[in-house]
Design a protein around this ligand. Structure first.
Ligand code: AMP
Length: 217
């Protein structure tokens, strides 16, 4: 059975790491709206230019832009056998749009995994986070440093600090999560899809909880 999974959680909760682990271990393709928007910025596309204003300030990109982008991408064959969405939906309007686009394809979600992590821990994780420009692998300056400073262990790419991981923007992103994204949890709780997961501990420990919530494919 194809698994269709959504990951919801505050910035720094580990959604990207867990989505990648699900992709590696279960072959379910990850789709990260944050990665797509950053790629659009790097390409200098109109979407990327429009999105940058919101992203650099830690605000959400408008629903219509993100929904259109996801609908186009989900139509590609690699997602026909299931997907794990990381960073989408982030508003109730996006969650409803996702339901509608899946319904048009005769599909529905199997599970929505949420991650809870204390705010102080999220700030520690985000402020020290470094990302590879080449393969998007993630590191932490203290908890998970690369062997050579600023160089990716996996692909040799250069590591950088995301513009929105600077301390002044982190607080705003966490507030945006509380106000705009937390209602999405209630939406999925009512739909009986929500699997609430503790996001603390090592990535492997969290993955054991995640894997138990995803139906075997
Ligand atoms: P992320 O990499 O998931 O932390 O996303 C980085 C930034 O991209 C967010 O702070 C938003 O500005 C934007 N973004 C990513 N996904 C969405 C979404 N589903 N809706 C609106 N904005 C988004």
């Amino acid at each position: 059975m194809a698994a269709r999974v959504v990951m919801v959680g505050p910035p720094g909760a580990g959604k990207g790491t867990q989505a990648r682990m699900l992709q590696t271990q279960r072959g379910i393709h990850q789709l990260s709206t944050g990665d797509m928007l950053r790629a659009a910025q790097q390409n200098g596309s109109p979407l990327g230019r429009e999105a940058r204003r919101f992203m650099d300030e830690g605000k959400l990109v408008p629903d219509d832009l993100v929904i259109r982008m996801v609908e186009e991408r989900l139509g590609s064959p690699e997602y026909a056998g299931g997907f794990v969405l990381d960073g989408f939906p982030r508003t109730v309007a996006q969650a409803k749009a996702l339901d509608a686009m899946l319904a048009r394809r005769g599909e529905r979600l199997d599970a929505v995994i949420s991650f809870s992590v204390p705010r102080a821990e999220l700030i520690r994780r985000l402020a020290g986070r470094r990302v590879c420009r080449g393969c998007s692998a993630m590191y932490h300056v203290h908890f998970d440093p690369p062997a050579t400073p600023d160089v990716c262990d996996r692909c040799g790419g250069q590591l950088y600090q995301r513009e929105d991981d600077h301390e002044e923007t982190i607080g705003r992103r966490l507030d945006v999560y509380e106000h705009e994204t937390q209602p999405v949890l209630e939406y999925y709780r009512v739909a009986k899809l929500l699997r609430e997961t503790q996001g603390t501990g090592t990535a492997d420990e969290v993955f054991a909880r995640v894997a138990a919530s995803v139906p075997a494919s």
